[in-house]
Design a binder for this molecule. Structure first.
Ligand SMILES: NC(=O)c1ccc[n+]([C@@H]2O[C@H](COP(=O)([O-])OP(=O)(O)OC[C@H]3O[C@@H](n4cnc5c(N)ncnc54)[C@H](OP(=O)(O)O)[C@@H]3O)[C@@H](O)[C@H]2O)c1
Length: 243
């Protein structure tokens, strides 16, 4: 039985992941702003679910996380899933601000805490749901693509840090998993053309498996690896045609 914290588990991918861990017999600490949805899950599975409603844009991220870890009696895996993004055709500051506060500031504060917690403990796992959008700048949602690139690069940095720590002390085992979904059918999915959009259940099953297998980086669903490869190598003069 593992103790898992999912930051952002009131709906979509986070909620599905929580259900998969519950089915697996694990104990799950769930967060999000909509506390009534967390309570609903807790009432269904009282012995396996602990709740801590909070806004990752607030000033109390670490105290909330500490309180949740205490309720769970420890921590084995932290998943940062909370995310915000919207089309920002007019480069709207309110959208950009909420995007970076959620996907950058909240993310880095919580993941930084979790990594140091795991260093002290000697083991643990961090997974973050970034996005295929991290791979290139996007004219319709520049803050979203940039914030997801931040998440992905930070996770890579933590991976190398965990490798360095292991060289010094072979007992330390911290896994870092970067999850990059394409379109998944939740309220977060934006844009008129949403090709290869996966059902949230299918996407979450693949994410669950990737985390269990301690993968370093995965594309969800798997065939998005093809899009990722094309995006990485596509020259600007081609991308300009879609701007
Ligand atoms: N759906 C897609 O096509 C897609 C593609 C690539 C990546 N992703 C990423 O996948 C993750 C999950 O999104 P989803 O598709 O499952 O959408 P979703 O159903 O809208 O879930 C978003 C989750 O983030 C939480 N959240 C948002 N703002 C928050 C805040 N300020 N404080 C605390 N929690 C907050 C929400 O909880 P509350 O609203 O209750 O606070 C909710 O639990 C996101 O990081 C998203 O960027 C999604």
């Amino acid at each position: 039985m593992k103790r898992i914290v999912i930051i952002g588990a009131t709906s979509g991918i986070g909620l599905e992941l929580a259900k998969l861990y519950i089915q697996n017999g694990d104990r799950v600490g769930v967060t999000g702003r909509r506390g009534y949805l967390l309570d609903k899950l807790q009432q269904q599975f009282p012995s396996q679910v602990e709740t801590e409603p909070f806004d990752v844009m607030g000033l109390e991220n670490v105290p909330h996380l500490e309180s949740l870890i205490k309720k769970l009696g420890g921590l084995d895996t932290l998943i940062y899933n909370s995310g915000f993004g919207n089309i920002s055709d007019q480069l709207d500051w309110t959208i950009d601000k909420q995007t970076t506060q959620t996907n950058v500031n909240g993310f880095v504060e919580i993941v930084n805490y979790a990594f140091n917690y795991f260093v002290k403990q000697g083991r643990g796992q961090i997974a973050a749901i970034s996005s295929i959008a991290s791979l290139r700048g996007n004219s319709q949602a520049p803050a979203y693509s940039a914030s997801k690139a931040f998440m992905s690069t930070y996770m890579e940095g933590l991976y190398f840090k965990s490798v360095r720590l292991k060289k010094r002390d072979p007992v330390i085992a911290i896994s870092i998993t970067d999850i990059q979904p394409g379109f998944v059918n939740t309220k977060m999915a934006k844009g008129k053309i949403r090709f290869w959009q996966a059902a949230v259940e299918k996407a979450s099953r693949q994410i669950f498996k990737a985390i269990n297998n301690k993968k370093r980086k995965v594309y969800i669903t798997r065939r998005w690896a093809i899009v990722a490869w094309i995006l990485k190598w596509m020259p600007n003069w081609v991308l300009r045609k879609f701007a």
